[in-house]
Design a protein around this ligand. Sequence first.
Ligand code: AMP
Length: 402
Amino acid sequence: MKLLVINTGSSSIKYKLFDMEGKKVLSAGLVERIGEEQGHIKHERFSTEGKAEEKTETLAIKDHRTGLKRVSALLQDEQVGVIHNPDEIQAVGHRVVHGGSRFSEAVVINAEVKEAIQRLIPLAPLHNPPNLEGIAVAEEVFPQAEQVAIFDTAFHQSMPDYAYRYAIPQKYYEEHRIRVYGMHGTSHQFVAHQAASHLGIPMHKLSAITIHLGNGCSMTAIKEGKSIDTSMGLSPLPGLMMGTRSGDIDPAIIFYMGTKLNMSIEEIDQELNKQSGLKGIAGENDMRAIIARVEQGDQAATLALEMYTYRIKKYLGAYLAVIGPLDAIIFTAGVGENSTMIREKSCAGLEHLGIRLNPAKNLQKQKGIQEIQDEESAVKILVVPTDEELSIAEQTYELVRE
Ligand code: AMP
């Protein structure tokens, strides 16, 4: 079965075409700067050995519909195509950011599901509208395909109420659904599954802390295979320090910015979401650049890195306390998979809790899952590459195969 995974952003469409029988990626690409004067498309076709042939295009892409039509044409292209007509694609898996309390697993999309995603827009105003647009356009371009939604919040629906409620008046929960939802669920769930099968522990018995460190960062406490707490909340703003997001701050800072600095709600939103985190402290959000500066003794970059890893350590402590005996700590995503320094600093000084990282193993680079703990460590420390698209493809396949 040929299955397309789509991740639609406000001005972009990321896609990957899978052949599910052999779990092979046939093609992948990114449409960017939709709606701007000059858009850009990068399309790749993979051979059986995994080698890529690439085609790039610079052209005006008026809207998502135009973008996805172009993707369909590229998938059928004489040189870099992999299908002969759109009907060969039997299913499309859509990443949808917010599924609220309604969706705890993947669903086949129908009118009612679309309405539910629409109703959740106030909780994810930047994400759910382009996700809905992606669904509408895919229904037109691939009318024969079954459309499936996979929600970023779904894995965290197992959290108990005392973890997901905020201590604010009841009416905000009852009337406005304000609670912790958590994000990056597909990634946390995927790496936990991978770790469980690597360790030979059934998923329903796995206790782990997953640490997703990309441009956005979040941690999840997993007990008996289920998310019991997570560091993001109603939105992706709280928790760890991120590329440009502040993570946890005293909410009173917002009142101060509003009343003493006369900033509007929009300005404060921009400041905390786009100008904070690593960028706020060190002036840039790319971790590779920050680490290069730390190695040259740059003070702002050093402070940013200390703050970043200190916050990870605080969450490790908190989640150790609520989970109980732990099987594994799992690092994933761009920073978690690649930065030996961040992993080492985040685990340093936790030996009394049974967490002992082996510096030499941490430095070894290898493909796939890597164990980086010391022999005496009570807890396994793993590096597990995340693959959200594969996870979306697998969940979609499970549903449509039935
Ligand atoms: P992601 O959102 O998962 O693509 O992760 C993006 C982040 O990963 C950026 O901050 C990158 O700087 C960071 N990253 C990628 N490769 C490395 C590396 N080798 N060392 C440190 N950070 C990295």
